[in-house]
Design a protein around this ligand. Structure first.
Ligand code: HEC
Ligand code: HEC
Length: 369
């Protein structure tokens, strides 16, 4: 009996010693750390980085924390990432994203890659953020969803108070900006830094451009169809002319264009016209990048097309004329591109080469929480 108690006592002592929590180590005070963040732009041209917001390791990390932070929303349930899912090139599977109030916004979420090349540099046409280009910088853009009552519906003042109450955020603001102060400007600058690092340039298409892989016959045909102009009098060499608008390394001309989705009376969303107040801009929307396009359905500013097949129906013969429709779209209305089943399969094969699995799964962009 005695022995048993002794054994039990010993076991108890061992357990007690093993479970005794270590004394909390005093966290080291955070210090300002302006180590520059290096974005690997590879074969892309150098974009104009914002001079007044140089990218730093600590600033980008803060931006990443904020992008995945549900406390940016009114009831602490919604983060940017909830409408911008990484594996979908940061867009949303929902046609219209649902905000915290359970109400739908009127537009489909947008893809977020290579935004460093979308920054507006003055002038009246081209570049800018949102489907209608109403924000000219990311710093300006990021504050809108937080305050939008159909999205995160929160007052910036409340966000600042919430974040300032969290030790990790105070430390991260210190490391990124030199003091613990949590301000709207710093919040926007950190999100801007993070969004600027989201570069998708490691697709099969990039490998092909760099001579590292060969395209299949179908991919090559799709490439030609995508880039060649449409010529109704010469069907042998005629292409689908997608690159007229989806041009360059990011597959966007950075213009606002009406690609013939609706006839004039049906344009419930006037798009770019809301920004310029010019009738000729009615129904124009930002030409979206087609990087990772095969993973980002549904498509268009109102998510009206469920899949690529529906998109190709539109461009083949489904466009609707209106005064502001781009003249390049005329053949997509009357004549029809006349794409064969093979043409369509080849275009899709080519668009698959724009998928960048490394980017879509890159832990640098995923939630740190
Ligand atoms: C409720 C869903 C929702 C949430 C939450 C949300 N977004 Fe968006 N985002 C959208 C929609 C919808 C659009 C397009 C809106 C428009 O054009 O009017 C958009 C557009 C954008 C764009 C413009 C991209 C371009 O190419 O022009 C950026 C950048 C962006 N969001 C970043 C963010 C950030 C950063 C946050 C968090 C602070 C955020 N979003 C939160 C739905 C959301
Ligand atoms: C005249 C310019 C123009 C041409 C030509 C053009 N597009 Fe577009 N494309 C646009 C615009 C503008 C949008 C966005 C329209 C909107 O949402 O209102 C768009 C949207 C898209 C989308 C949806 C992307 C997303 O994120 O929602 C796909 C896919 C697409 N185009 C593929 C193509 C293909 C394939 C071709 C060639 C067959 C083509 N485009 C030719 C201007 C053009």
């Amino acid at each position: 009996m005695m022995r048993e108690f002794q054994v039990l006592g010993l076991v108890g002592l061992v357990l007690f010693v093993a479970c005794k929590p270590d004394p909390e180590p005093e966290p080291l005070p955070a210090v300002y750390d302006p180590t520059p963040f290096n974005v690997d732009i590879r074969h892309f041209p150098e974009p104009d980085w914002p001079e007044d917001n140089p990218l730093t390791e600590a600033g980008v990390e803060l931006g990443r924390m904020l992008f995945h932070e549900k406390q940016l929303s009114g009831d602490n349930t919604q983060a940017c990432a909830d409408c911008h899912a990484q594996q979908r090139n940061f867009s949303d599977v929902a046609v219209f994203s649902v905000g915290i109030a359970g109400e739908e916004g009127g537009r489909h979420s947008m893809v977020l890659s290579n935004l460093a090349w979308h920054v507006h540099h003055g002038g009246t046409h081209g570049h800018g953020f949102f489907w209608d280009g109403r924000a000219s910088s990311l710093r300006e853009q990021v504050l809108q969803p937080i305050q939008d009552d159909l999205e995160m519906d929160e007052d910036l003042e409340d966000v600042l108070v919430k974040l300032a109450g969290v030790r990790e955020y105070r430390d991260q603001f210190m490391m990124a900006f030199g003091t613990e102060a949590v301000t709207t400007e710093r919040l926007a600058m950190a999100l801007e830094q993070f969004l600027l690092t989201m570069v998708s340039n490691r697709s099969r298409y990039d490998a092909w451009l760099l001579g590292e892989v060969e395209f299949t016959e179908s991919e090559l045909r799709g490439y030609d169809l995508f880039f060649d102009e449409f010529d109704p009098f010469n069907p042998e060499v005629s292409g689908a002319d997608c690159a007229h608008c989806h041009s360059g390394l990011d597959f966007t001309s950075h213009q606002f264009v009406n690609n013939g989705l609706d006839a004039e009376p049906d344009m419930s969303d006037v798009g770019y016209m809301a920004v310029t107040e010019q009738e000729m801009d009615k129904g124009k929307f930002k030409v979206p990048s087609l990087r990772n396009v095969m993973v980002s359905a549904p498509y268009m500013h109102d998510g009206r097309f469920f899949d690529m097949d529906e998109v190709l129906d539109h461009y083949d013969h489904g466009a609707v004329a209106s005064p502001s429709m781009d003249p390049m779209m005329q053949y997509n209305v009357d004549y029809g591109l006349g794409l064969t089943a093979q043409d369509r399969a080849d275009l899709v094969a080519f668009m698959h080469t724009l998928t960048d699995p490394e980017f879509l799964a890159d832990p640098a962009f995923s939630s740190p929480h």
